[in-house]
Write a new protein. Structure first.
Length: 173
């Protein structure tokens, strides 16, 4: 009994090993910010001489980087709250409403929907630059995007089924 309790305490404390991973993701946001600043500089320095397609591609690149940054924030806060420790939201006036309410299932769905959105932007960038992209690259971009879309649908469907099964088993008890 005492060994079991000690093992459980040890296992429960091991969740803190995830904290450095979330810190690493925060540092990766800095790298993403540097890339966004570089993209913005490149975009703005060529805005007057660029074609409409080039301007749209520049904006799409910034949107892509922004969505990726948002995805990282979702993973940091949801992962930390779900797996490491709750954050006291009373200390933060501007606490977003969704934080602290995303469970593991919601996190998976948000992640996959963000990946689908990012993939969609990449596909749109490919279509905007169709003159400079091979048919093979276009084909693979579409296939990869469709794999993400179908995976998202299947994940949502299986989560819905398991949620219905869980709620019906709770009603039976």
């Amino acid at each position: 009994m005492m060994i079991e309790r000690a093992l459980e305490k040890f296992l429960f404390a091991s969740r803190w090993l995830l904290a450095p991973f979330y810190v690493a993701l925060v540092v990766s946001l800095v790298g993403l910010l540097i890339k966004a600043a570089e993209e913005l500089w490149h975009f703005m320095s060529h805005a007057f001489s660029a074609s409409e397609s080039d301007v749209i591609l520049g904006v799409l690149s910034l949107i892509d980087l922004t969505l990726t940054g948002s995805l990282i924030i979702i993973v940091i806060f949801s992962g930390y709250e779900n797996f490491v420790s709750k954050i006291d939201e009373s200390e933060h006036r501007d606490w977003p409403e969704w934080m602290g309410k995303i469970d593991f299932t919601g996190l998976k769905l948000k992640l996959l929907s963000s990946i689908v959105a990012i993939s969609g932007i990449q596909l749109l960038k490919t279509f905007m630059n169709v003159k400079n992209v091979s048919d093979r690259d276009i084909m693979w971009s579409v296939i990869i995007h469709m794999v993400f879309v179908i995976s998202g649908i299947i994940l949502a469907w299986t989560d819905k089924i398991s949620g219905e099964a869980h709620s019906s088993s709770n009603k039976a008890h």
